[in-house]
Every structure is written in C-alpha cells, then in structure tokens.
Write a protein that binds this ligand. Structure first.
Ligand code: FDA
Length: 584
C-alpha cells in the first residue's frame, strides 16, 4: 500500500525513545518518518547513565563503538561521593555502577557491554544521524498537532514551524515518543496512573574546572548535604559530571508548595558556589530550569495503530538513571514487532504484546526511582538531621558520627547501613537487567522462576522463556571472542541449538520455507561458535540437543530443553511455536 501511505511509521520525537525507534526501524528496512518540534536534538545533557542493556541495544545496531568514543568510561564513573560540599568533609562513598570489586565481577559476567556515561547531547545525534543515513526521513522544526486513525492507518496533522503552514501525513502506524508532556498519549487517551508534581527541582548546567576537588575520586555523582538538601529535589543536592572535570549539571530542590517565580543567573551561581564550597572558583552558567518530580506510569501503551514509548508512558525522577535507558528499551521491544507486522510476517495481534510486556517494566522503574529518592532519608536520620538543618546542625551531626564512644559507634553503624541502602540506586543490577516478559509473544513454562538473590540488586541469568538470552563468551573461527548475544538479534528470530541438535537444523529450514520467514540457525559448538570456555554448557539449562527460540530483541520466546523424539516432531513443534508467537 505504498500509494495509500506516505510512510510506514511516523515517529514523533527525536529523544532516546524516538531516535532509537527510528534507527531500529530504518535498520530493519521499514519506511520511517521521524519528526521533532525543535531544530535539533536535546540542547542540555539530561539523562546520562547508559546501562548494559542499552549498550547491548546499541551493539545490536552497530553503533556501540560510536557511543564508547563519545561517552565517559566506567573507570571515571563509579566513586560516588557523599559530602558536605565538594571542598568540605566527606560523609561516605559508594562504589557505583558495578565498579566495586564484587559487583564488577557480576557486571562483567552479565553482558558483553560496559556501563557508559553518555549524556543525551551525545546519544541523540548518534541515533538520529544514523537513522537518517540508514534511510529514515528526518524532519526537524515539525510539530505534531493531532491525529485520527481508522482501520487502515493514521492521519497526523503536522506544522512546519519554519514556514508556519500545516499539512497531513498518512502512516500505517505512529509512535508517540514525545516525552513527559506527550500530546500523542493524551490524544489517544492512555490511562496514566500515579501522582504528578510530587516535589520541586531545578537543573543548573555550568562550566567550571573542578579537577582539584574531584579527579582523585572520579565519579559521575557528587551528593552534597547543604542546608536545604532535604527539600524537594531528588534526595540530596547533586553535582553531576557531564564532562570530566569541567562540565557539570547541578540538581537542587525547592518547596513545591512555594515555587520560585524563576531561577535567576545570580541565584544559580550562588547555589553552585554553595555546593562546591568555594566561592572563588570561576563558574559559567550555561542553562537553568525548574522541573517537578513525577510518579506516573501508563497502564496501557497503545491504542489501535498508535503506540507511545519513553517518558510519554513513564515519568519519574532521574534516580537509578532509568529514564533514557527504559526509553531506548521500549523501542527495542516495539520496533521488530512493527517491522514484522508491516512485512506481513506476523499478525497485528503481535503488536498488543508491546503494552503487556513493557507497561509492567515502566511501572516498576517509576516505583523504583521514586523509592530511591526517598531512601536518602536514613542518611539524614543517621546524622540526626531528619527534616533538614542549618550549617551548624550538619557539622554537629557529622561530628556525632565520629565520636569515640558507644553513641558514636551506634551512629556510624546507622550511617553505614543508610549508605548501603543506596545500592538499590547505584548498583541495582537486577533492576537494570532482570526484566521478564509475560505475553502472548512468549510461550511461558508452568513453573515459577526461583530468585536466588535479591532480584533488584543482582542479575540472574536464565534461558526460561520471557528472559533475555544469557551472555557468555564463545570463540569464533578466527579464535576471537564472540558473545552469544552477537549471534542473535539484528531484526531476526534465531533458533539456538547445539552440535547434536541436528533435528532442529532441518526444522529451521522447514519453517523458513513454510512461513517465508528469515529464521537464523545458531549452532553452538561449530567452529563459528565454539564453547571454548565451557560457559554455555554451564548456563544454558538445556541439553545440547535442545533448543531456544530467540526473538529479534534477544528475549527467549520458547525453549525445548531436550532433543525432539523425531525430526518431524521438531518441525511441528518449531512451526507451532513460531505460529503462536507471531500470531500468524
Ligand atoms: P524526550 O523528552 O527525551 O524527547 C521528546 C521528544 O519529542 C523531543 O525531541 C521533543 O522535542 C519532541 N516533541 C515533543 N512534543 C512534540 C510535538 N508536539 N511534535 C513534535 N515533537 C515533539 N533524566 C535523567 O536521568 N537525568 C537528568 O539529569 C535528566 N534531566 C533532564 C532535564 C530536562 C530538561 C528534561 C526535559 C529531562 C531530563 N531527564 C533527565 C529525563 C530524560 O531526559 C528522559 O527520561 C528521557 O529523555 C526520555 O526520553 P524520551 O525519548 O521518551 O523523551
């Protein structure tokens, strides 16, 4: 229906959600139009923590190296500091983002990718320029106004903000990736649960050489306990690295019941100097804005042919660094489904699984981020300043924690425990990687998964349907390491089996023909994928002659833990699994 539709997918918004959606769709060969109201992408750093799962998405897209070249590496990310000011006393530290000795082992084992600090000003140009170079049409200064949908497509009214005129675009599907004030979500009436405007916060972006105060304890985050730190905001005052060690973003709270009219440049400078603790450091303020902490999540992510992703469907404080990550991962879930439905390889019901799989994740991360914000409370309590304090109170509180007596010991213990609780924000590996999907695009097993450790703190690998394919290193025919994740994905379904899974190999050929589907066969044990370290055998939870059906997004759709009884049975079982998952 090329004639009836101007494009297959219209994506509104070039943030992490929209940029990723357009890049994915273009990579999958889908006609895509990407529009943004403004002339270019984000002009302030915004979200930055880029977790391993997002890096895996970028790796699948072939842009991981570009991201690594633009970002700040884990070595400079992890020594999170709690202090009375950058020049003042330290309250404590937290080894963060998997950089502590024990967690480094866990993070390394979980993924071929590392964490990265990649502010949106660097991430978005990668997504948007790559989308354009792979065939997406990118149109800036183009505002989405409204839409109408029918059985055959979506008609969107757009405004050219340079010329001022309005025009319509006819698309088969529309993705609203238009952020926290999503007009798309509002127009299709997505139900939004939770609370809006819980607390007041401000961002101040500034240039200042702070090497002297930070280079010996390299981190993305310096949390600052100054008078007023209990008020609004994201738990405490925060000085966040954008570029080591001269570009920064400061976050500070205000009383939401008594919001300031505006934040002047001189007020901003005063706050910056206060948190640095040195008024002589030259500071250039480059931007300042007021915003509110939200606790909102949509319980449905689509209506008909219109889908929303990113902040349009989950709005929460930056705690845990989940905003941009979850947005990219929403799009990774949606894009292959749209591509397969548009190509006629899957039935349209497959698209419903986007909402059933991602809405629970959105709710979980909104709850987590808000709880992490509240979990600064015990630090204030340990210092004896719950409810806030002045300079003297903070000094006294810290002094009490250093007293050489039983009371001091008690306070020190409470402070240590309070800081340890922050692992749920700074080392929440499970929150980052343990998503489990339940939907009609997964053939779930009857038994419940047993969590070996705290599922928020620790990643658990499994090949149960609904989980992500475990990463282990294999060795290719050139003797180079290759991740199991590198063998799947890139827009295609894969069947993973072992050397003795020959019945599955012929079942793959049978299904390719029967379903007209580009189905990839991955045989672990062949020279291209040798289990040289024996790690696959350790984690795969299936016999060598069993198989895993892996979706384009790396999630396991179905598994058969042992070999089939006959080759015919293998054909039938794989055919049935694909039919079910694809709703074909
Ligand atoms: P995002 O908001 O990034 O993108 C929305 C896109 O839609 C934009 O391109 C916008 O121009 C476009 N758009 C909106 N309406 C449109 C219309 N009608 N027509 C056409 N285009 C339209 N997070 C964090 O972890 N740490 C932080 O410090 C910050 N700081 C921060 C500061 C500011 C100023 C903002 C706005 C946000 C943050 N965030 C943040 C949140 C973080 O930026 C957010 O979670 C992600 O950007 C969400 O990505 P999305 O792609 O969903 O929306």
């Amino acid at each position: 229906t090329e004639q009836n539709h101007d494009t297959d997918v219209l994506v509104v918004g070039t943030g992490p959600a929209g940029g990723a959606a357009a890049l994915l769709l273009a990579t999958y060969g889908v006609r895509t139009l990407l529009v943004n109201k403004y002339g270019w992408v984000a002009n302030t750093p915004r979200a930055h923590i880029t977790n391993q799962r997002t890096m895996e998405v970028l790796r699948d897209l072939g842009v991981e190296d570009e991201a690594l070249a633009q970002g700040t590496p884990p070595e400079l990310m992890g020594d999170t500091v709690l202090c009375t000011s950058l020049a003042g006393e330290e309250i404590g530290r937290i080894r963060s983002w998997g950089t502590g000795e024990d967690s480094a082992t866990e993070y390394n084992a979980a993924s071929p990718c590392t964490m990265l600090d990649l502010p949106q000003i660097y991430l978005e140009p990668i997504l948007v320029t790559r989308a354009a170079s792979r065939g997406a049409t990118v149109r800036m200064d183009t505002e989405f106004l409204d839409l109408e949908q029918d059985a055959d497509g979506v008609t969107a009214r757009l405004r050219d903000r340079l010329r001022g005129d309005e025009f319509t675009v006819r698309a088969r599907y529309l993705i609203g990736a238009d952020g926290a004030r999503s007009r798309v979500a509002e127009q299709i009436g997505l139900p939004i649960a939770g609370q809006e405007g819980k607390a007041g916060s401000m961002n101040i972006v500034f240039d200042a050489d702070l090497s002297h105060y930070v280079a010996h304890r390299p981190s993305v985050l310096y949390w600052v306990m100054r008078p007023g730190a209990h008020m609004g905001g994201i738990g405490m005052g925060l000085v966040r690295m954008v570029r080591p060690w001269h570009k920064w973003l400061l976050t500070w709270g205000y009383d939401i019941d008594d919001p300031p009219d505006e934040l002047t440049e001189s007020q901003a400078r005063e706050i910056v100097h206060d948190l640095i603790g040195d008024a002589d450091v030259p500071v250039t303020i480059t931007s300042r804005s007021l915003w509110t902490v939200n606790h909102n999540y949509a319980t449905e992510y689509h209506s008909g042919r219109v889908f929303c992703a990113g902040d349009a469907v989950h709005r929460h404080p930056p705690s845990n660094g989940l905003g941009s990550n979850t947005s990219v991962q929403d799009s990774f879930n949606l894009a292959w489904k749209l591509a397969m439905v548009i190509r006629g390889e899957a039935g349209p019901e497959l698209l419903e699984t986007y909402s059933s799989e991602r809405a629970p994740v959105g709710r979980q991360i909104v709850e987590r981020a808000n709880l992490s914000r509240d979990q600064f409370g015990p630090i204030f309590e340990a210092l004896g300043i719950a409810g806030g304090s002045d300079d003297e109170g903070i000094t006294r509180g810290l002094a009490a924690c250093r007293e050489e007596n039983a009371d001091g010991e008690k306070r020190r213990l409470a402070l240590t425990e309070a800081i340890e609780l922050k692992n749920y924000e700074f080392n929440a590996h499970g929150v980052e990687l343990n998503q489990r999907y339940r939907s009609s695009a997964v053939l779930a097993e009857d038994s419940e998964e047993a969590w070996q450790r705290d599922p928020e703190l620790h990643h658990q690998s499994t090949t149960r349907p609904g989980a992500k394919l475990p990463h282990v290193w294999l060795v290719d025919e050139h003797g180079r390491r290759v991740s199991t994740l590198d063998l799947v994905g890139r827009g295609q379904f894969s069947l993973v089996t072992g050397l003795s899974g020959t019945a599955w190999s012929s079942a793959v050929e049978y299904c390719r023909e029967q379903l007209g589907l580009p189905l990839r066969l991955v045989r672990i044990g062949t020279p291209q994928a040798r289990d040289a370290y024996g790690d696959w055998r350790r984690v795969c939870e299936i016999d060598e002659s069993g198989c895993l059906l892996v979706r384009p997004d790396g999630y396991i759709a179905w598994r058969h833990t042992s070999g089939p009884d006959t080759p015919e049975q293998a054909q039938q079982q794989l055919h049935r699994a694909l039919d079910t998952v694809l709703h074909s």
